[in-house]
Design a protein around this ligand. Structure first.
Ligand SMILES: [Zn+2]
Length: 376
């Protein structure tokens, strides 16, 4: 049994000092340090740093030159090991709008790696972003592979798909959302959508419960035409993803979004294969992408994913709001875990959950990542 002492424990509703966390593969106890008989444990000294829940990234395409859409087992493992260094302990490899057979191949690869252990951040299942998107809001999703919404395809793959994106206003979109929602296993997200406010609300009535990167690739919030953003912010059933890299969405809006969504705000990275790599040329969905600093753009200037790390997202959210630090952490751990129905096992430091724990400094630089009780 292991025990972390001398840390600032980031719990779901407070930061606790003078408390120790005891764990093997799961968290066994959280108790005052004075009650710990140290000789009984393998002691880890946090030296005053934050001891926080492992982060959960439910929307990430690539990292370290790899991409989940490549369908490479080695690639997924390289990503899993790489993002663990950023404090991510669970994730959803995210596919793009690519040829259907390539999507199926990527799902199969995720199935194979998910069945293994000790490869890095745990694969929870896949996020299928596309191919059911609106060409008018395709962003960096290649148009040639866009398909009409098909709920059966998602249900057939519900053993591995945790969430998927649909543009509800597309022909068959509402039926698709309803079918998958009623099946009950996969979270229905609206995104890459040109829906009006009314169409977005109709999507929600048909089972949409999540929003793919709020603000990006959807109709904007205007006062007489509130768009998908207005519908997503207004309906308390709907959780929202946010790419908090300060580029995709102006950081001045973070506070407002948190006020509207609270524990339904999920930080994601939407990171593509240039993440963790030097500036230069990369690809996304077969298209050329140029990475310069924190920006990734197609040749025509369209934003093409990010190179954000999720611990940086927590830092950016915290630095640009008046949130408590535990609230900022929740947005990248407990809230996304809840959104995809995994919060019984992961997402917070609570007795009985997996011992997915990170140690990080006040700037959220991660020095240690523990997955299922083992240091990775
Ligand atoms: Zn994406």
């Amino acid at each position: 049994m292991k025990c972390i002492i001398n840390g600032k424990l980031v719990l779901p509703d407070k930061v606790a000092e003078g408390m120790a966390i005891v764990f093997d593969e799961r968290i066994k106890a959280i108790l005052p340090e004075g009650e710990i008989e140290k000789e009984n444990y393998e002691i880890i000294d946090a030296k005053g740093a934050f001891v926080a829940p492992g982060l959960v990234d439910i929307h990430i395409h690539g990292y370290l030159g790899e991409d989940a859409s490549d369908g490479s087992e080695e690639g997924l493992k390289k990503m899993a090991a790489g993002i663990a260094k950023n404090g991510v302990t669970s994730w959803c490899p995210t596919t793009m709008t690519i040829a259907k057979e390539d999507i199926i191949k990527a799902f199969d690869t995720a199935r194979k790696v998910k069945a293994q252990s000790n490869y890095g951040a745990k694969i929870l299942g896949v996020n299928s972003e596309g191919p059911f998107v609106n060409p008018a809001k395709k962003g960096a999703q290649p148009e040639e592979f866009i398909l009409a919404p098909d709920g059966d395809f998602i249900i057939e793959n519900a053993d591995i798909v945790k969430l998927f994106t649909v543009a509800p206003e597309m022909e068959g979109g509402y039926e698709c959302a309803k079918k998958v929602y009623e099946d009950g296993r996969v979270l229905v997200s609206m995104g890459h959508t040109n829906a009006s406010f009314d169409e977005a609300n109709k999507g929600i009535e048909n089972g949409v419960r999540h929003t793919t990167h709020l603000f990006n690739a959807m109709t904007a919030l205007a006062h007489r035409n509130p768009g998908v953003v207005g519908a997503a912010l207004s309906d308390e059933r709907v959780s929202c993803e946010l790419i908090a890299d300060t580029f995709h969405v102006n950081a001045g809006l973070y506070k407002l979004v948190y006020k509207a969504k609270g524990d339904k705000l999920c930080l994601i990275t939407d990171c593509m294969r240039a993440g963790g790599m030097p500036d230069g040329e990369y690809t996304l969905g077969g298209q050329k992408v140029i990475k310069t600093g924190i920006q990734c753009l197609l040749e025509d200037g369209t934003i093409a994913g990010s190179v954000l790390k999720l611990n940086e997202g927590v830092r950016n959210l915290y630095n640009n709001t008046n949130l408590e630090i535990y609230e900022a952490f929740n947005c990248a751990s407990l809230n996304p875990a809840k959104a995809i129905g995994e919060d019984r096992n992961i997402g917070s430091l609570e007795v009985g959950k997996c011992a997915d724990i990170i140690i990080c400094d006040d700037e959220i630089n991660v020095s240690k990542t523990i997955i299922n009780g083992a240091e990775f």
